[in-house]
Design a binder for this molecule. Structure first.
Ligand code: FE
Ligand code: FE
Length: 189
């Protein structure tokens, strides 16, 4: 295989990696939504799936703009992050604790993407490819917003736990909560 020697080749390699990563995510997110225990988290995953489909499309526009065929290059990191998320689901019961684990797994994915998009944006700037910069930036905003939303979901869960705990000397384990139309409520003890 030819070695990468130019910034353009490096950028293209990064876009191919992101393209494969986003495609892997479009397959993983429906599974994560299914595994989520709370409606809020399931909805967050479902909404991010729709955004992720646009992330794929934006990368295709970058390939197109560069006169390249849209091809992915296997993103081993995303494969690994998804695998760890799956392991967490397999090893947990369907409770709020699983949601906390799923959020952590999803945030690792978002941080990986944010890092990849950040570098690609810098390299597109160096190449003077302002159209690519704009497209990458749009996706970056959505990844960042998703990351913040996941943090808020995790914090709410902890707040709910603090508010619902009847004795603070407990182990800190989250008691089972019941899924309701509006979200979830805690079971009576
Ligand atoms: Fe994405
Ligand atoms: Fe994402």
């Amino acid at each position: 295989m030819a070695k990468i020697t130019t910034m353009k080749e490096l950028f293209l390699d990064e876009v191919r990696d992101l393209y494969d990563a986003e495609k892997q995510l479009t397959k993983a997110l429906p599974e994560m939504a299914k595994a989520a225990w709370s409606l809020e988290l399931r909805t967050a995953f479902e909404e991010h799936l729709e955004q992720t489909k646009n992330h794929v499309t934006r990368l295709e526009r970058i390939f197109d703009e560069m006169g390249e065929k849209p091809t992915g290059k296997k993103c081993a990191a995303m494969t690994g992050l998804i695998k760890e998320g799956n392991e967490m689901v397999d090893q947990s019961e369907e409770t709020a604790v699983r949601d906390a684990g799923l959020i952590a797994a999803a945030q690792k994915v978002e941080h990986y993407e944010i890092s990849g998009y950040g570098s690609a944006m810098t390299h597109a700037e160096i190449l003077g490819n302002s159209k690519a910069v704009r497209l990458l930036e749009e996706t970056m905003h959505e990844e960042t917003a998703t990351d913040k939303r996941l943090t808020a979901l995790a914090q709410n869960m902890i707040n709910n736990e603090a508010a619902g705990r009847s004795n603070t000397a407990g182990s800190g384990s989250i008691r089972p909560m019941t899924r309701t139309a509006g979200g979830f409520s805690r079971e009576e003890e």
